[in-house]
Design a protein around this ligand. Structure first.
Ligand code: ATP
Ligand code: MG
Length: 339
């Protein structure tokens, strides 16, 4: 039977986690864990679509698990695991790469952004990434996927794949998963460029607030954050024309669980230096404790390994049964069950 409220979401161990990952994804996971059955996956197979140093990849995998727990995810209730530990993801991804059309993948903006000008030199995996993401979600028949705004297009593709599979095989096996994109900072921008997404893969350290930044680092980065030379905007319409101001105000609102309008009203016409002081205090208050907890958890890797090991076992039970149904639907007759 199909579940009605199951979540899958993934985070890549492709670098240290930043404020965008927290506000766009993890903070929302924390509130959703009470009402949904949650699968949270460290998507290491996605990370290797660009080269990763093996030692750092292991460390960053632990860090994602540590960050989830430090932010308030209950590791006993939710299923936390590494994608590569459940081979069913890649098995279903192959099937989905036969369902998805080249034209669909050619429209994906993340590939264009990440491959840049040197498309010929990008890995095949970077191009087919969204078929693996669809498999990550649908191997658990997940109904909802909490993500940042940047993943909306991949979610639409996941729905297209699920729909085409269901149509092609005259089945209703797969749900059409809904994105859950909410909060006031669904797309946190770089602190150096208000038109560019804050990303782990961004080379400039000053563009990101890391979850394990010290209070001094947070303070320095916000002081240096790019702004325009005017005072703060007095309404949303004006803020929308000023990307750097909008970004900092959105971060402030999201951290405070308040609306952007409230933040705008509070600081309308004030100088950036005045607002930045309050923003630093708020960030230090909310982010520094998470960073300290991450660092503490990182001193006990065997605890993090145990959580991932248990999570993998729980995930495999579900993935096994869904993959069997997929194989049966397709007509693969070498059954996993003995005749
Ligand atoms: P990479 O640069 O390697 O792609 P990333 O910073 O984009 O890394 P991901 O692991 O790809 O991080 O994404 C993890 C989650 O964080 C996803 O749900 C994604 O939508 C969300 N996310 C990533 N960056 C931002 C951002 N700047 N603002 C809001 N949400 C974000
Ligand atoms: Mg990303």
């Amino acid at each position: 039977m199909r579940p009605s409220n199951r979540i899958l979401s993934g985070i890549q161990p492709s670098g240290d986690l930043h404020l965008g990952n927290y506000l766009g994804a993890i903070k929302n996971f924390v509130s959703l864990q009470h009402t949904y059955e949650c699968f949270f996956c460290v998507v290491d197979l996605h990370a290797i679509t660009v080269w990763q140093n093996p030692k750092l990849l292991t460390k960053q995998t632990h860090e994602v698990i540590a960050a989830l727990i430090a932010s308030g995810i209950d590791p006993t209730k939710n299923i936390l695991f590494a994608q590569s530990a459940v081979p069913h993801h890649t098995q279903l991804a192959w099937i989905f790469s036969c369902v998805a059309r080249m034209g669909w993948l050619n429209r994906m903006t993340q590939f264009k952004d990440k491959a840049g000008k040197d498309k010929e030199n990008a890995s095949v995996g970077l191009f087919s990434y969204p078929t693996l993401m669809a498999a990550d979600i649908l191997i658990y028949l997940a109904t909802h996927v909490p993500v940042g705004e940047d993943q909306k297009q991949h979610l639409e593709l996941t729905r297209d794949i699920a729909q085409k599979f269901n149509n092609d095989f005259k089945t209703d096996l797969f749900p059409l998963p809904e994105p859950l994109i909410f909060g006031e900072a669904t797309r946190v921008m770089s602190l150096r460029n208000g038109t560019k997404k804050m990303s782990k893969s961004d080379p400039s350290g000053y563009s990101l607030i890391m979850l394990n930044d010290s209070s001094d680092q947070i303070s320095q980065k916000i002081k240096k954050a790019k702004t325009d030379s005017m005072s703060l905007p007095s309404n949303l319409k004006e803020a929308l024309q000023r990307p750097e101001a909008l970004n900092l105000l959105s971060i402030f609102a999201a951290l405070n669980d308040a609306s952007i309008d409230i933040a705008i009203n509070q600081y309308a016409g004030k100088e950036f230096s005045y607002f930045k002081k309050d923003l630093i205090d708020l960030l230090v208050n909310k982010i520094e404790p998470i960073g300290l907890e991450i660092n503490k958890l990182m001193t006990d890797k065997s605890y993090l390994d145990k959580i991932m090991f248990k999570g993998k076992d729980r995930a495999i039970v579900v993935a096994d049964s869904v993959l069997s149904s997929v194989y049966e639907t397709i007509g693969f007759k070498i059954s996993q069950k003995s005749p």
